[in-house]
Design a binder for this molecule. Structure first.
Ligand code: BGC
Length: 575
């Protein structure tokens, strides 16, 4: 690739700064920690390169507090000899979801169902804005995994099982987040988790991915290539192993493939505690540039890396390359000129425009799987009973990574429940049977069922924790049974992070809607149920018929011809 003049000027700046740096300063740049694990003084004494927030104590109560906290740390970084600004990273994976009161969009699986790149781009730009408004210039999103097995607890973080659709939406997401990187209202994006996160055997988070090099490049690499071509700033390494090697230490894939063949010149960041978990300095030699040195890893990492350079285990050139990659992104982000967040953005957090966009995304993400005798759209003056605790709980409708890592089972600020949305549009009083114990008579029942929020390995089915199943829990099956047996026409709304085995429940229901994890604007659902808008969503995953379908590998990419899905990828009805 020929270098432009801007590239050359950038490289000169990077090289000039690098030339002034000591080994400690370089290792400092290669370090990322949580804001509450360090003192302000350590930002400068350890020359830290990046601060993150995910789970744990928040940087404050209000968005102003968050900004002030990060401004304080940034000032400390700028007080060092070379005044290199910090990167502030956050897991904003469906909106700035770590801030209670931000706009929470449908999780990526729902965006996959919209198949709408323009919408995904707008959502990403809003997420960037709300992230900047809370003090961040870097997000750990999008997850561009291709889930091969729905038992994986992170299926919903990915757009789709289709490489093609994932690639299209990855492009939109990277564009939306980064815009023009130097614009202080955009953020650096991260394509994650490189590579094979969603394709592990049996869908185990951090397990082994048994795929040939050919399959990796055919099915998994295209979204990364698209992200790299659009200048994505960072790529996060994955927890899984591939070829029997931890991905964090997989030099052939990280350095030879991603950096050299695919032309990625940004930052490869490790995942959680990458250093102590995946081979210490092996991961640096493999090509990891910045280490998430959290949970007590900070000192062992910095000391260990320094020693490894001293005794020749890690080459000085590798350290220089990593540091240059980090500095390059800091220059591209314009942080040397504009290191602080803009306080004028605070009023945009959760504003009406952003919520309208989220509501549109909810509407477009809904996939209508069945509509017997055109039960839908519902009449606004029908006598309606709404059933189930998921209907009136905004935490339950939003999934993992909502305010908390594992999500919430209570309401959160500014969010509207599904029940609320129905109440707003219906002209009659709505009956509500929270736990299926009431004996209401009605023209129609809207039964809301689903999976309680989870994140990462907590959501693996049959894994370490194993709290989830591929079928609906018994109480939820009972809600549907009860109303169907009463002969009341039943609409089932499924809130889930993946397709579930609901063959019986689909038979029992007159209408069935896959609503994924809609996020804060639950009223988008009622707008479609009552026919103010049509159903537009199409399945981003094939929908399995039975639990047996999940044995081994499952997915269109490696579709086992003997398996026939209940509904194919791309299915979805409209009015
Ligand atoms: C997850 C990443 C996330 C990181 C930081 C890890 O456990 O795998 O997706 O970005 O934590 O919170």
């Amino acid at each position: 690739m020929s270098k432009t003049k801007t590239d050359m000027i950038l490289e000169q700046k990077v090289n000039a700064l690098l030339a002034k740096m000591t080994l400690e300063e370089k290792i400092g740049q290669m370090t990322q920690v949580r804001h509450f694990e360090i003192t302000k003084e350590e930002v400068s004494s350890k020359f830290l390169g990046s601060i993150i927030h995910t789970e744990g104590p928040t940087p404050g109560e209000t968005a102003t507090d968050w900004q002030l906290k990060f401004i304080e740390l940034q000032k400390q970084a700028l007080s060092t000899r070379l005044a290199i600004p910090l990167l502030f990273g956050v897991d904003a994976v469906h909106g700035q979801n770590t801030f209670n009161g931000a706009t929470i969009f449908p999780h990526n699986i729902g965006l996959g169902a919209t198949k709408n790149p323009e919408l995904v781009e707008k959502i990403a730009s809003i997420t960037a804005l709300e992230s900047q408004a809370t003090g961040f210039n870097w997000v750990f999103s999008p997850c561009v995994a291709i889930p091969f097995n729905e038992k994986w607890g992170r299926v919903y973080e990915a757009f789709s099982e289709s490489t093609e659709l994932t690639t299209a939406l990855t492009k939109a997401s990277v564009k939306g987040h980064q815009g023009v990187l130097s614009d202080p209202h955009t953020v650096m994006a991260t394509a994650k988790h490189f590579i094979g996160d969603g394709a592990t055997d049996n869908g185990t988070e951090g397990g082994h991915t048994t795929l040939s090099a050919e399959d990796v490049s055919k099915y998994l690499l295209p979204p990364y290539q698209a992200a790299v071509d659009l200048g994505v700033g960072a790529v996060m390494a994955s927890f899984n192993t591939l070829d029997g090697i931890s991905m964090h230490a997989h030099k052939a894939l990280i350095t030879d493939t991603l950096k050299i063949s695919m032309g990625f010149d940004g930052i490869v960041v490790s995942d959680w505690k990458g250093y102590s978990r995946f081979g210490e300095t092996d991961i640096i030699n493999a090509g990891i540039d910045m280490v998430m040195a959290v949970d007590g890893d900070l000192d062992t990492y910095q000391k260990g890396l320094k020693e490894a350079v001293g005794n020749g285990i890690v080459d000085q050139q590798r350290i220089d390359d990593a540091t240059k990659r980090i500095l390059r992104q800091k220059f591209r982000l314009g942080l040397f000129d504009n290191p602080f967040p803009d306080s004028a953005l605070i009023e945009k957090i959760g504003c009406a425009d952003h919520r309208n966009m989220a509501r549109q995304a909810v509407r477009e993400s809904l996939v209508l799987l069945k509509n017997k005798d055109n039960l839908l759209p519902l009449k606004k003056d029908s006598k309606i009973v709404v059933v189930g605790e998921f209907a009136e709980n905004t935490g339950l409708q939003s999934g993992g990574w909502t305010v908390h890592w594992q999500g919430m089972t209570e309401d959160y600020r500014g969010a509207i429940s599904i029940l609320n949305g129905i109440q707003q549009l219906a002209t009659n009083e709505i009956l509500y049977d929270i736990d299926g114990t009431k004996n209401y008579d009605a023209d129609v029942a809207i039964v809301v069922v689903g999976e309680t929020p989870y994140a990462e390995f907590f959501g693996d089915i049959g894994g370490e924790i194993n709290a989830y199943q591929l079928t609906l829990r018994q109480e939820h099956q009972n809600y549907i049974n009860k109303y169907a047996e009463k002969g009341i026409p039943t609409v089932t709304i499924l809130i889930s992070g993946r397709p579930m085995v609901t063959t019986t429940q689909i038979e029992q229901s007159d209408a069935f809607v896959a609503a994924w994890l809609p996020g804060s604007e639950g009223d988008g659902i009622a707008q479609v149920l009552f026919g103010d808008y049509d159903f537009k969503g199409r399945l981003p995953h094939s929908w399995p018929k039975s639990v047996q379908d999940y044995q081994g590998k499952y997915g269109p990419n490696l579709w086992d011809n003997s398996l026939e899905p209940l509904f194919p990828f791309g299915y979805g009805l409209s009015y």
